[in-house]
Design a protein around this ligand. Structure first.
Ligand code: HEM
Length: 274
């Protein structure tokens, strides 16, 4: 939209106020009340208990920089950067569980052996569940939800691999090209969790797996996202098995969508295990 037009045309014409309210909804209705509650019982002499308390502590020493607006926006950033990415990865995971029932059964066998039925899975179980870890790694490689990473620009000129990158150049990290490179991942079009296991069945990480990107600006939420993926998947598989509806086949290709890459639509039939 042409910005000057907004100044001369009535805002109601584009229902602009409604749009602004919609965008501000998380800030005013979700974040503001939590901030208020924190402010009420914040004790600056104790160890900060979470991100908001760390921020409030910094705010006391530099209020010009660490404003409430910056705090609300940075929390909003975490929600927007962390929601679609995590849910899309899970969508791939459930699609692949249905497409590869033998992998689903192996994860359930690990859950039954390590966790059992008397308690829900916890992050501490991850280390003892190598196949589940490998399944999630392969899901992230295969699903490749952010194939072009996030665009950056060079603050100053620098050399990389014999090339001079000029100041201001736009840099796109083609994570998808690495995830599909047979030199790193033989038969890259195949979904093979075993590629992340060694002969003894232990997790074999690969530096070429970079769904969270690499470097100083790589995903801030990686550790949290990896825990979330593990917990969602294992809690669901502890109680349910998942299958496509009878006769449905998924070709495991992705929808043609900009931004975050999703699997093509599918339905899932859950069956209670116990
Ligand atoms: C499976 C889930 C996730 C994936 C695949 C993912 C992937 C990514 C990628 C590729 C980037 C771009 C890094 C770059 O600029 O080179 C990124 C940035 C970021 N992510 Fe995630 N992310 C996930 C979950 C999360 C979660 C749960 C949070 C928050 C709690 C989060 C917060 C962020 C933030 C704040 C940035 C920007 C970092 C910066 O610019 O310095 N992400 N993520």
């Amino acid at each position: 939209m042409v910005p000057w037009l907004l100044k001369v045309l009535p805002r109601s014409l584009f229902r602009l106020d409604e749009v602004i309210e919609l965008f501000d909804y998380p800030k005013t209705h979700l974040i503001a009340p939590v901030l208020e509650a924190h402010r009420r019982d914040f004790d600056p002499t104790s160890e900060p208990r979470d991100y908001i308390e760390c921020f409030l502590l910094e705010q006391r020493s530099d209020p010009q920089r660490f404003t409430d607006e910056v705090l609300a926006r940075s929390i909003g950033d975490m929600f927007s950067a962390g929601s679609d990415t995590t849910s899309t990865t899970l969508r791939w995971a459930f699609c692949l569980l249905c497409a590869r029932p033998e992998a689903q059964r192996r994860i359930q066998a690990e859950i039954d052996q390590v966790v059992g039925t008397s308690r829900p899975p916890s992050v501490a179980d991850r280390q003892q569940m190598p196949f589940t870890e490998a399944f999630l790694m392969e899901t992230q490689r295969f699903g490749d939800i952010v194939p072009m990473g996030v665009t950056h620009s060079a603050e100053q000129e620098f050399e990389l691999g014999g090339y001079t990158i000029p100041r201001g150049a736009i840099l796109v990290s083609l994570l998808g090209a690495i995830h599909r490179d047979p030199a790193h991942f033989p038969e890259p079009e195949q979904f093979k969790p075993e590629r992340f296991l060694d002969k003894e069945g232990r997790v074999r990480p690969s530096k070429a797996l970079m769904p969270f990107s690499v470097g100083k600006r790589s995903c801030l939420g990686e550790a949290m996202a990896r825990s979330e993926l593990f917990l969602f998947l294992t809690c669901a598989l502890q109680r349910y098995s998942f299958a496509f509806p009878a006769g449905f086949q998924h070709d495991l290709s992705s929808s043609d969508r900009r931004g975050v890459t999703t699997p093509k639509p599918f339905e899932v039939v859950p069956t209670r295990r116990r």
